[in-house]
Write a protein that binds this ligand. Sequence first.
Ligand code: COA
Length: 215
Amino acid sequence: MDRRIVDRLYRILGRGRRREGGLPGTHGNSGPPLFEAGGRGEPGELTVKRLDTPRMTVIALTVQQMRWQRDDFARLEQALGLAASGQRLEDELRPIVSRAISHMRRRPHHARWHCQWVAVLKGERRIVGSLAFKGPPDRDDSVEIGYGFDPFYHNRGLATEAVGEMVRWALGEDGVEAVIAETANMNVASMRVLQKVGFVIVSATSRYLYWKVSR
Ligand SMILES: CC(C)(COP(=O)(O)OP(=O)(O)OC[C@H]1O[C@@H](n2cnc3c(N)ncnc32)[C@H](O)[C@@H]1OP(=O)(O)O)[C@@H](O)C(=O)NCCC(=O)NCCS
């Protein structure tokens, strides 16, 4: 798959109506309880997985939730007990999510390595970022991570916080010895995130840097 397309998968956000205000969230926490997931019980469903960071909950989406992410973002937000944001998945990314769903259904034991994870800012009950592993552990027992955050929330340490927790979790999973990542060599923000999380550069081409953090 074209690397640029894969990277764009992690930029699903940002087409919604932008709400005023920044961190810390000042919006009320009233409304339905957070993260009441729906759609369990079909091949590829996860045991609902959530990772907590100080400011976010990072949630592994189920097959049904990924269908909503693709087709009805408001329904996904509703299912997770979030505020309606007006966001939606970019049209060109829908086939990529469809492919991930199909992987999850065919290989349910690897669902956590194929699904999308969304980073929800606790104070605002809003999805501010999206992360994913690009498949199950490879021959070197490595999993590759990708991520993108809503531009409105950049440079507040959120990606570092979420990626750090995803990496910590992944390195604790059986069969995972390392997490790898790649960045375009102009992508200073992403490079900085990886550095802060503890990745080191292991190789490079004229356009890309390849990163790794081990157990
Ligand atoms: C990469 C990305 C996820 C970072 O998200 P973020 O929440 O802003 O990241 P953080 O705030 O945790 O850290 C960003 C760091 O980059 C630094 N940074 C950002 N732009 C920079 C620039 N132009 N020059 C130097 N440093 C820069 C910030 O200062 C910060 O470092 P610091 O904490 O040392 O000050 C976000 O920019 C993004 O979504 N980009 C588009 C998708 C993408 O490129 N994904 C990665 C490919 S898989």
